[in-house]
Design a protein around this ligand. Structure first.
Ligand code: LFR
Length: 475
């Protein structure tokens, strides 16, 4: 069999989607049919900021039912999601809605963890940049609040969806690598670290690699969704960024990438982790990629700065047309401030324009005046942070970067792509914007046997099907 259809569920922090991917490697074709798209976001409960997992599951299963009606030949489902967040379970039962990583409980927890295990040692063990959102800090906060007492298992979000669909509890390696509990060298749970943090090792499920089958749908689920007979749920690059990196039409030896959605993940792909003091000081991460590759990158705040500013401006019930705002931003001729997009003050939801203005005021710099100027200032600041992270990734890894690939929603933001090219002095190749869903579909296609070869073989399919748009630096 050289051609077939798979269903990809891709869950981001601001939206989710279900697509049917048609892959025919012999003919060299790859096509996506967009079946469903739904909103996702935080809900503020008395206990803090959470996800509405039940709502998300309802939306994605409706999408899957639609997918099966449209394409009864779907052979498998793969689920990817944002990283670091998890649910606690006792038996089959969810112990409450998962916390959202933007909840403010993490900052103090990070200090408590570092008091037990200095960051230097943590970095040596797990290879991860410092981000207060990382699971290891969230679990310390959970522990302090007594939240772990009833739990007998912990599942990351994409694995939690897999469990609801099949009944199998696993931890897929790429998303497990965002917890901070995985040994960067062996790709196995770091049991000593888990013990020293006072966590119960038995809550961590069995690790599986992308391409492994989670099994059949639970009978009730299969009937409810009208699923085709014999359909399997397959572990993909279950961390969304890992799936996006699969679908980069790049040559890893001379490219950097920016997977740009809510976050901008900026880095290079390597065969081996880089856990030097310089990499630690530059706050670069070594997350697990598909086929044992390493995603050597750093998190930049991303389109969140724009979407959360818009949400703030819309709180009076008005509605802002984002493409229109970006068109105005492109016309701004006044000097706008370039602020530090990585400042942790921009992590929490709320008044981002106010926080940008405060950042400027603290330095005696004039803040943006209009909404168009704010949008331009955000784009310039992101482009600068992207360019700087590309330079650092190259210097730390030795990859001689000739081209920057931007995938995800950011690939559709022409101003951002152009200004990244200008500020880095390198050509930017934009697209595909749905790289995550494509990478998810390709790993399933390979597991089903209708696509073959290494990542380069899969990427050449992407390059043929989705020609990127080139933005050359000007000036
Ligand atoms: C991107 C992403 C990043 C991760 C952040 C939080 O969607 O998965 O890779 O650092 O969200 O999970």
């Amino acid at each position: 069999m050289s051609a077939g259809a798979v269903a990809a569920v891709d869950l981001g922090a601001t939206s989710g989607r279900v697509v049917v991917g048609y892959v025919d490697q012999a003919a060299g074709t790859l096509r996506l049919d967009h079946v469903a798209r739904f909103q996702n976001g935080p809900v503020r409960l008395a206990s803090g900021l959470h996800w509405d997992f039940a709502g998300l599951y309802r939306d994605l299963t409706r999408g899957l039912a639609d997918a099966f009606r449209r394409e009864p030949g779907v052979v498998s489902i793969g689920v990817d999601s944002w990283g670091v967040d998890y649910a606690l379970l006792r038996g089959d039962r969810l112990l409450g809605e998962p916390f959202h990583y933007r909840d403010e409980r993490n900052a103090a927890a990070a200090e408590a963890v570092h008091a037990r295990i200095p960051f230097e040692e943590l970095y040596r063990r797990n290879g991860l940049q410092f981000l207060p959102i990382t699971t290891v800090y969230q679990l310390a906060a959970e522990q302090a609040g007594g939240g772990l007492e009833l739990a007998d298992s912990l599942l990351l979000i994409s694995d939690l969806v897999g469990f609801q669909l099949t009944g199998a509890k696993v931890a897929e390696r790429t998303i497990a690598s965002t917890t901070g509990l995985l040994d960067v060298e062996t790709g196995e749970w770091d049991r000593e670290l888990v013990g020293r943090l006072g966590l119960e090792p038995s809550v961590l499920p069995r690790l599986v690699s992308p391409g492994a089958s989670l099994g059949d749908l639970r009978p009730g689920v299969a009937a409810e969704l009208g699923a085709p007979a014999g359909l399997q749920v397959v572990a993909v690059g279950s961390h969304d960024t890992a799936s996006a990196v699969v679908a980069l039409p790049m040559r890893p030896e001379s490219s950097a990438y920016i997977s740009c959605g809510t976050w901008g993940l900026v880095g290079v792909e390597l065969e081996r982790p880089v856990i030097t003091a310089a990499a630690r000081e530059a706050n670069f991460t070594n997350e697990a990629g598909v086929d044992g590759r390493v995603r050597f990158l750093r998190n930049v705040m991303g389109l969140w700065l724009l979407s959360e500013s818009v949400r703030w401006w819309e709180r009076d019930g008005s509605s802002i047309d984002l493409p229109g705002l970006l068109a105005q931003a492109a016309e701004v001729t006044a000097e706008v401030p370039v602020f530090d997009a990585n400042d942790p003050r921009f992590l929490a939801p709320g008044d981002l324009p106010g926080r940008i203005a405060a950042w400027c005021a603290e330095r005696g710099i004039a803040a943006p005046q209009s909404r168009a100027e704010f949008a331009r200032s955000i784009v310039e600041s992101l482009a600068e942070a992207f360019a700087s992270a590309v330079r650092t990734a190259s210097a730390l890894s030795g990859v001689d970067v000739e081209t920057i690939h931007i995938v995800g929603g950011g690939a559709l933001n022409t101003l951002l792509c152009r200004r990244t090219a200008d500020r880095s002095g390198l050509p930017v190749l934009a697209g595909p914007s749905e790289a995550t869903a494509i990478g998810n579909a390709l790993v399933q296609a390979r597991a089903a046997g209708f696509a073959g070869g290494d990542l380069e073989a899969l990427r050449s399919l992407v390059a043929r099907a989705f020609t990127p748009i080139r933005h050359d630096p000007t000036g």
